[in-house]
Write a protein that binds this ligand. Structure first.
Ligand SMILES: Cc1cc2nc3c(=O)[nH]c(=O)nc-3n(C[C@H](O)[C@H](O)[C@H](O)COP(=O)(O)OP(=O)(O)OC[C@H]3O[C@@H](n4cnc5c(N)ncnc54)[C@H](O)[C@@H]3O)c2cc1C
Length: 161
């Protein structure tokens, strides 16, 4: 069972670059959600100091849209029998004997195993008392636009600690 607080498909701030090397770990075809193949990357720092890299001798990187990509993964899981419950926030988790009890915004669920896959700010990890690295606030902006050179990706870094 997958418990997800957002309603899918949902946007997620991400560059959308995926290494094709992941394909070997999955028994399904990713091509329906690979939007583009990139073989050149241009990195800039504060919009300057550009470095252009040609991805030579490696398979071009996949580019995905996270709303479609993440939804596709969920569809693969549900196709294999997983139950997907969206719009449900996990608010508590504890081990009762050999059973995990998970408190959510929509009732309590139990299971033999609990996998915390709730991202970098994992509230489940915090609930379980794990040391979660302090986060740094950042802003991201996703804008639709025409892509002049579909082989090329530009990565901007605007500040560094
Ligand atoms: C601007 C930016 C650009 C990036 N670009 C790239 C890139 O090009 N390539 C790359 O590989 N990585 C990139 N990343 C990193 C990548 O996005 C993350 O590594 C990846 O999303 C982590 O996946 P995850 O499944 O662990 O967590 P997430 O993708 O964050 O998924 C966690 C899910 O858990 C849900 N959730 C959270 N809390 C709860 C709760 N309490 N109850 C229920 N559900 C909950 C969230 O709604 C979310 O759907 C980028 C990140 C950012 C911010």
């Amino acid at each position: 069972m997958v418990l997800e607080k957002a309603n899918f498909p949902r946007d997620k701030s991400c560059g959308g670059g995926v290494s094709p090397a992941i394909a070997k770990w999955f028994d399904f075809d990713f091509s329906p959600i690979v939007e583009n193949h990139v073989s050149q990357v241009k990195y800039t720092f504060k919009m300057g100091d550009p470095a252009e890299v040609e991805l030579q001798d490696v398979t071009p990187m996949w580019m995905v849209q996270r709303d479609r990509f993440d939804n596709f993964l969920i569809e693969q899981a549900t196709g294999k029998g997983a139950e997907f419950k969206s719009g449900i926030e996990v608010m508590g988790a504890s081990l009762q004997g050999e059973t995990w009890q998970v408190e959510t915004s929509n009732g309590t669920f139990t299971g033999k195993y609990l996998i915390a896959a709730d991202g970098a700010n994992s509230s489940v990890a915090k609930l379980l008392g794990m040391d979660v690295t302090p986060t740094v606030a950042a802003a991201s902006l996703q804008v639709p636009g025409d892509v002049s050179d579909r082989r090329k990706m530009t990565a901007f870094l605007t500040s560094a600690r």
